[in-house]
Write a protein that binds this ligand. Structure first.
Ligand code: ATR
Length: 293
């Protein structure tokens, strides 16, 4: 893809992570800038962990418009910023920085992107709903706090390491006032509890390429039509977990929508323009097909 408009007025943003070479974000954002006729460019920056503080200073020094932050920097970047949005502070991770005239403001569009993908791709509104989360790591935190803030009624958490799930449940009820409860992991998970929830979200890395045969143990027989089952994984597009859920009649959704909408929200925070969602979606689909993952 070319950058026909690069000149002295080009606004630059990008991605800080390590590694970054497999990211779909540069193609997605550059296509969006072109589509909107914006003289902007998005570049990948491979920032080693020991260089993160200097790279963040570089945002102001080089007058970058903003950056996305990815693995392994999402938590460690927080103390390096001037201001943290409330949702990002609760989640404890930042994936988007806006350079507001030299003031660096941190946001988390992962969680909000997930909520938007539920609305846009499954017509699902979290308010008043019961949710079961598998996993209690970084991705689970973004999803859990965003669901709590979107008004869901109860969040059940199951995780291989019970202590991590307990800590997350405690934080959710203290910070958001939502009912949060820990349930046993694997086949010990009570079928009745699974049958009662409206939404199941699989946030662990089990089943992600190249270990596509992996799947959390789960009482799949308790799932039924009318439930929505999400897996945050999008390589492969349909994990073994989603296949099992689909076989029980549940509606299924993968993580591609979350990836798309976290990008859509970041684009809008940086540029103030409405993002060309369909263009961004098409680029993601194409990148995913080309990557053969
Ligand atoms: P991410 O940012 O992708 O959420 P993470 O913060 O490292 O990554 O969290 C990984 C999640 O996947 C955790 O819930 C982890 O469970 P533990 O807390 O027990 O580590 C879960 N996970 C990873 N590998 C797993 C496995 N083989 N079996 C069960 N759970 C696993």
């Amino acid at each position: 893809m070319g950058f026909p408009n690069l000149d002295g007025k080009t606004r630059v943003c990008g991605l800080f992570g390590f590694p970054v070479e497999h990211s779909f974000s540069p193609a997605m954002h550059n296509a969006a800038f072109q589509n909107r006729g914006l003289n902007w460019a998005y570049l990948p920056f491979a920032v080693q962990p020991e260089h993160l503080a200097k790279a963040v200073q570089g945002i102001t020094a080089l007058n970058l418009a903003g950056v996305n932050i990815t693995v392994p920097h999402k938590q460690r970047v927080i103390p390096l910023l001037d201001e943290i949005d409330q949702a990002a502070a609760q989640i404890g991770a930042v994936n988007t920085i806006v350079n507001n005239q030299g003031k660096l403001v941190g946001y988390n569009t992962d969680g909000a992107g997930f909520i938007k993908s539920l609305a846009e791709e499954a017509n699902f509104e979290p308010r008043g709903k019961r949710v079961l989360l598998l996993g209690a790591g970084g991705a689970a935190r973004a999803v859990a706090f965003s669901l709590a803030m979107a008004g869901c009624q109860a969040i059940y958490i199951t995780n291989r390491t019970t202590e991590t799930a307990k800590a997350l449940a405690r934080e959710l009820s203290q910070k958001c006032g939502v009912a949060a409860e820990v349930l046993p992991w694997g086949l010990e998970l009570p079928a009745a509890a699974v049958a009662r929830v409206d939404l199941v979200v699989q946030t662990t890395s089990l089943g992600m390429w190249p270990n596509t045969q992996a799947c959390p143990e789960f009482p799949f027989g308790a799932l039924h039509p009318g439930q929505l089952v999400c897996d945050l994984i999008y390589t492969p597009r349909q994990t073994a977990f989603l296949q099992q859920a689909s076989a029980r009649g549940a509606t299924i959704l993968n993580g591609l929508g979350m990836l798309l909408y976290q990008g859509v929200l970041a684009f809008e925070l940086w540029t103030g323009h409405t993002a060309p969602v369909e263009v961004m979606k098409e680029i993601l689909e194409r990148q995913l097909n080309d990557s053969k993952l």
